[in-house]
Design a protein around this ligand. Structure first.
Ligand SMILES: Cc1cc2nc3c(=O)[nH]c(=O)nc-3n(C[C@H](O)[C@H](O)[C@H](O)COP(=O)(O)OP(=O)(O)OC[C@H]3O[C@@H](n4cnc5c(N)ncnc54)[C@H](O)[C@@H]3O)c2cc1C
Length: 305
């Protein structure tokens, strides 16, 4: 299809369901459309990134937006950079982009580990990190790594920009603080220091293309033989992916021992509110959290001490 000569966004009717597909040419246009939609009525429009959640939901009649605002032409939101000591991932960056980004394995080992086991190749080529965060599945694979890296999101609208820590982004099951007229334009986190380790493990029924049973990420920083910073993020064991704050508190300013790590792993289980489902029982998920917390903390500590 040829782009319109007057610079207005393209609009197409689709066969999938009764919605219009609007294709803005740039971020300014996308934010204007979202703003007009919010002012006019009503939250009829939804951003469409890779579509690997949204189109599946529309086909299954779990979502019925009247307009989809396709982000495919927003090249300014695609890619990764380093600026002022922070890693920046654009709001249209795919999992494949993350895997191909130079030195990402150094700047976010846990995110790269999660991207490697994320869906299959075709899904990774379309699925975006921002889409994974905004959809808000409790089993979303990029969330534990990004929580463990202390990531922040930039939310942009016509009215301006605001920065929200990922820790404060989720309000409940598939609910977040994003306003209807906002887009996630950036995901950023500080470059990890050399005395840190950052690990992720996805427990699932298969190695590839499987929904996570437990996703666990750990960041550990060691100074003068003691743990100066620790973040433990737990995925797929509660309505919202979250940090195991009480377990973290047990480890701060301590030299880690097997006994202490074991106690922290037990404490991490206390933060879980898992469900029984077709993939695993709640009991199995809790045991997974215990084993993985112990394993990742031990590996991180051995690497740094
Ligand atoms: C076969 C298959 C396998 C999968 N495997 C995995 C897996 O292993 N791990 C995993 O975590 N997930 C998996 N998923 C789920 C899905 O691929 C991911 O959640 C993906 O990251 C969603 O990104 P997307 O770009 O496709 O989002 P979309 O489907 O386009 O959008 C999802 C939601 O985010 C919103 N959105 C998207 N981008 C923005 C933005 N920039 N600003 C504001 N809102 C935005 C949309 O409006 C929508 O509400 C799988 C899905 C399929 C179909």
């Amino acid at each position: 299809m040829q782009p319109r000569r007057d610079g207005a966004p393209e609009t197409r009717k689709t066969m999938l369901a009764d919605f219009d597909l609007v294709i803005p040419a740039n971020l300014t246009q996308a934010l204007q459309i979202l703003s007009e939609d919010a002012t006019r009525n009503g939250h009829d429009a939804m951003p469409l990134a890779g579509g690997t959640n949204l189109l599946v939901d529309i086909r299954a009649r779990r979502a019925a937006p009247k307009r989809l605002i396709a982000l495919g032409k927003l090249d300014e939101l695609r890619g990764t950079t380093i600026d002022n000591g922070r890693v920046i991932v654009g709001g249209r960056t795919t999992l494949t982009d993350v895997l191909r980004a130079p030195r990402m394995a150094e700047h976010a080992p846990s995110l790269v580990q999660s991207a490697r086991v994320f869906g299959g190749q075709m899904v990774r080529n379309s699925a975006t990190v921002a889409g994974n965060l905004c959809y808000g599945s409790p089993a979303a694979d990029t969330v534990p790594p990004l929580l463990s890296l202390n990531a922040e999101l930039t939310l942009a609208s016509q009215a301006g920009r605001r920065v929200v820590p990922l820790n404060d982004f989720f309000l409940g099951y598939k609910q977040n603080v994003r306003r209807h007229d906002e887009l996630v334009t950036e995901i950023t986190w500080p470059l990890p220091p050399s005395n840190s380790a950052n690990l992720f493990y996805k427990l699932a029924r298969r190695k590839g293309d499987a929904i996570t049973v437990v996703g666990l990420a750990v960041t550990l920083v060691v100074e003068s033989g003691k743990c100066s910073c620790v973040r433990i993020a737990l995925g797929a064991v509660a309505p919202v992916i979250k940090r195991a704050l009480a377990a973290e508190a047990m480890l701060i300013d301590q030299a880690l021992t097997p006994t202490l790590i074991d106690a922290a792993a037990g404490q991490a289980v206390e933060a879980c509110e898992p469900i029984d489902d077709a993939r695993a029982s709640a009991e199995y998920r809790c045991h997974g959290v215990y084993v993985l917390t112990r394993r990742l903390l031990t590996q991180a500590w051995e690497r740094l001490s």
